[in-house]
Ligand binder design. Structure first.
Ligand SMILES: NC(=O)c1ccc[n+]([C@@H]2O[C@H](COP(=O)([O-])OP(=O)(O)OC[C@H]3O[C@@H](n4cnc5c(N)ncnc54)[C@H](O)[C@@H]3O)[C@@H](O)[C@H]2O)c1
Length: 325
């Protein structure tokens, strides 16, 4: 079996928490080189995962290594030029969210990818959470989802802008997970949107709510606010006579046909009994999907081209806000 030879740019916290552990579990994936500006992180990660190629300059890595794919897991406001360099060399590319800072950047990345024949993927892991995929399949046995809800609350009340000192706004940097999942559940392109963007107790926008009508008639609700009591990230999927309430950190409750007792599926059960975060929270799944798409010459579900639509929805949430302060 052919393996995908990978160079990873970035040995920071997210890559070490989820991507290196996931890739080390995938037989068809082989991380042969790692690059980070920080020599300590570079050495620690390379030693932990026995990665032979070690670089502090990504250009040298691209020049010296025979790579099939690059993982670019670094601050989103600093990755555009590096992403273009990888794509121009025809390398398949996985990046984290957000896929650039604007829809226009994402669109340009998609253009380079298509011009150079690269498979691309954005780490919208919520779509690959085993519990989310299993429940979506069950709900869709009754027909397409006609109503869905993406809830994302956090408790971040610092006056200093979060996410790289404010280089990336809260919606584009993090609430985007809920926006992308809403698109995935809604199941078609966006027709209309009505939204509210607010500042609650802080000088930057931190609350984003929207009602989205999809072209297939489904209705989606985004509810998010970073001035809430704690992190709560849950979803609802409804189809004919069936309703699912999903907390990917815990379990899903599925109600059918007016019965008051729901079917319960735990997130660990859906992940085949595995209790590791990178497995039950969709990171292993997204990595496997990318590797398989590269091997089988298929377009990944969250390709740069698809991500243009998620970034487009993010921009529409700002543009259509009824009560922007
Ligand atoms: N999907 C999720 O749930 C999730 C969660 C957390 C973070 N993320 C995303 O992961 C990405 C990385 O976030 P993080 O928290 O790990 O950041 P981080 O700052 O911990 O790590 C980034 C690493 O990139 C390295 N780096 C920066 N510029 C470089 C360059 N030019 N060449 C080589 N290395 C370079 C830094 O030295 C650092 O080690 C971000 O896009 C973030 O949005 C996603």
């Amino acid at each position: 079996m052919r393996t995908v030879k990978i160079g990873v740019i970035g040995a920071g916290s997210h890559a070490n928490n989820v991507h290196y552990p996931s890739l080390s579990m995938i037989e068809e994936a082989e991380v042969i080189a790692v690059c980070d500006l920080n020599p300590d992180r570079l050495r620690t990660t390379a030693e932990k995962y026995s990665i032979p190629g070690q670089y502090t300059d990504y250009r040298k890595m691209l020049e010296k290594e025979e790579l099939d794919a690059v993982y670019l897991i670094m601050p989103p406001h600093q990755l555009y030029d590096i992403a273009v360099d990888c794509l121009k060399q025809g390398l398949n590319l996985f990046i984290e969210k957000p896929p650039g800072l604007t829809r226009s950047q994402t669109e340009s990345l998609a253009w380079y990818a298509e011009k150079h024949g690269c498979k691309t993927m954005v780490g919208f892991n919520r779509r690959f959470i085993p519990l989310m995929r299993r429940v979506k399949e069950i709900v869709e046995e009754r027909g397409h989802i006609n109503q869905c809800v993406s809830v994302f609350y956090k408790n971040i009340l610092s006056q200093e802008p979060p996410y790289y000192s404010g280089a990336v706004d809260v919606l584009t940097s993090d609430v985007i997970h809920a926006v992308d999942t809403l698109r995935w559940m809604g199941g078609s392109d966006v027709e209309e949107i009505c939204s509210s963007v607010r500042r609650l107790f802080v000088p930057y926008y931190n609350s984003f709510n929207a009602m989205v009508t999809f072209k297939n008639g489904a209705l989606g609700f985004l509810m998010s606010n970073w001035a809430a009591g704690s992190r709560v990230h849950v979803f609802e999927m409804h189809s004919k006579g069936i309703s699912a309430f999903i907390n990917p950190n815990d379990k899903a409750l599925i109600y059918r046909d007016g019965l008051s007792k729901p079917e319960e599926i735990s997130t660990f059960e859906a992940a085949g009994g595995n209790t590791e975060f990178h497995v039950y929270y969709g990171f292993l799944g997204e990595n496997m999907h990318f590797i398989r798409c590269v091997l089988e010459d298929r377009e990944p579900e969250t390709s740069f081209r698809d991500a243009v639509k998620t970034m487009g929805l993010v921009e529409k949430i700002y543009a259509n806000s009824l009560c922007k302060q």
